[in-house]
Design a protein around this ligand. Structure first.
Ligand SMILES: [Zn+2]
Length: 456
């Protein structure tokens, strides 16, 4: 029997299994659901066992656990590690759900439940595909490891130390992530880049207390004015970042990369309308898609200080504050960017006040993989066969911690191979996943493992 008929015969069984998985309220951000996250991990272990995966164990991370397993009986063949996560986002606002988030409903070819597309549906797929290959062919075409985590939705806070401590166990030739999606039902994509993040707080201090603006105004620096002055030097009026050293490590877009990005449909007028703004702006010389995906940013996220009540208060405040985050691109380093910001602030602080810049711990490195990485080439071949189309090479303006972590600690790239879609209400009420994507994803994984065995 072929893997495709094995899968076809079990569509209903697989759907019922997914519904069971979705009933576990494994919300990683809420401490009262910690046991549910663990239970979801145990569910995954049982399903992996049934599929024929070996050496399955639950590993402790100081946070939510990681589930590991492997199948290593293809000597001389590459080793690929499959990634996914069994935790979910919280469900509020609950009143906006048409049915309870952890009581999955199948309706109009869709499965409605929290975690349906992100990521329980997608992460179950490789397990089912492996079972189909083992049952139909008796072996896998390459060696596999499995890394399923329970803390992706809170930013995988304890994974860096955990992966660093188990480098040998997780050693592999590349990672394939089952967390993510495709451009549309008829259009595949390959994710090749993610932006990183640097965050700082700026505190400006003047006199020891607030002052009477009638007595001292005119002779003493107002920290709010000083802060505005400092911030105004950070970006030109047309949106170019002016912080010295900021672009030192930025890898410029190649002509080929720009051509790839230009293939992705992007309608500025529609975007303006969708956002309710009367114009877009940004660094001169780049399209808005390039600005959002492939160029760094510097944004003031908040600023505060002084009097904010009703009416008038003739005060000369003695402090002012701002929070800034920068989205980073390869090869910018969050620490170096925080240093550049601190130097810039020191250089532009007017006399009469002091300014301190404090980096926030939550920095993230940018991620960029070669578009023609063998893993992408294999995924592309599968996409072309399934969709009859060349995938778009896309980036994301946000961050996915595990891609950078696997690169940093295991020195391997992550190929994103998952079948969610942007309209599936990820992180929102009425999250769903398409049954058609479930079926397509299982075949796609069987095909991908064979392609990878050929190409790596
Ligand atoms: Zn996810």
């Amino acid at each position: 029997m072929s893997w495709s008929s094995y899968l076809a015969e079990r569509e209903e069984e697989h759907l019922n299994e997914l519904l069971d998985f979705l009933r576990i309220p494994s919300i990683s951000s809420l401490p009262e659901h910690a046991d549910d996250v663990r239970q979801a991990g145990q569910w995954v272990m049982a399903r992996m066992t049934k599929a024929g995966i070996e050496h399955i164990e639950m590993m402790e991370t100081r946070g939510h656990p990681v589930v590991y397993g492997d199948w290593l009986h293809a000597p001389g063949k590459p080793t690929v590690m499959i990634y996914g996560h069994f935790d979910t986002q919280p469900v509020d606002p609950l009143e906006l759900w048409d049915s309870p988030p952890f009581e999955p409903v199948v309706k109009d070819g869709r499965i409605y439940a929290r975690g349906a597309t992100d990521d329980k549906g997608n992460m179950l797929v490789p397990i089912l595909a492996v079972e189909a290959l083992l049952q139909s062919e008796g072996e896998l075409p390459l060696n596999l490891k499995f890394f399923f985590e329970g803390q992706e939705e809170i930013g995988s806070p304890t994974l860096p130390g955990f992966i660093a401590a188990h480098r040998e166990k997780f050693a592999c030739d590349m990672v394939v992530s089952s967390d993510g999606g495709q451009f549309g039902e008829d259009q595949p994509e390959l994710l090749v880049g993610l932006r990183g993040l640097a965050a700082v707080q700026i505190d400006v201090k003047g006199a020891t207390t607030d002052l009477h603006s009638g007595i001292y105004g005119g002779a003493v620096t107002n920290p709010l004015h000083a802060l505005v002055q400092i911030l105004a030097t950070m970006r030109s009026a047309d949106g170019k970042i002016m912080v010295e050293g900021f672009f030192d490590d930025v890898r410029d877009l190649t002509a080929e990369e720009r051509a790839q990005l230009a293939r992705v449909p992007a309608d500025d007028v529609a975007l303006e309308k969708e956002l309710g703004v009367n114009g877009l702006m940004g660094e001169p010389g780049y399209t808005s898609l390039e600005r959002r995906w492939a160029r760094p940013t510097l944004e003031i996220n908040g600023m505060w200080g002084g009097f904010q009540g009703k009416g008038v208060k003739t005060v000369l405040p003695n402090e002012a504050h701002a929070k800034i985050t920068c989205r980073l691109v390869a090869d910018q380093d969050p620490k170096r960017i925080a240093q550049a910001l601190a130097l810039h602030v020191a250089k532009h602080t007017p006399p009469g006040v002091t300014a301190t810049v404090t980096p926030e711990a939550s920095g993230a490195k940018p991620y960029l993989m070669p578009a023609d990485h063998p893993g992408n080439e294999a995924a592309k071949a599968v996409h072309e066969e399934l969709y009859g189309k060349v995938p778009y090479y896309v980036r994301s303006g946000g961050s996915i911690p595990f891609c950078s972590l696997f690169k940093e600690y295991l020195d391997v790239y992550t190929v994103n191979f998952a079948f969610g879609m942007n309209d599936e209400q990820m992180h929102a009420p009425n999250e769903f996943w398409r049954l058609s994507s479930f079926a397509r994803a299982k075949s796609a994984y069987c095909m991908l493992l064979h392609e990878l065995a050929k190409g790596l």
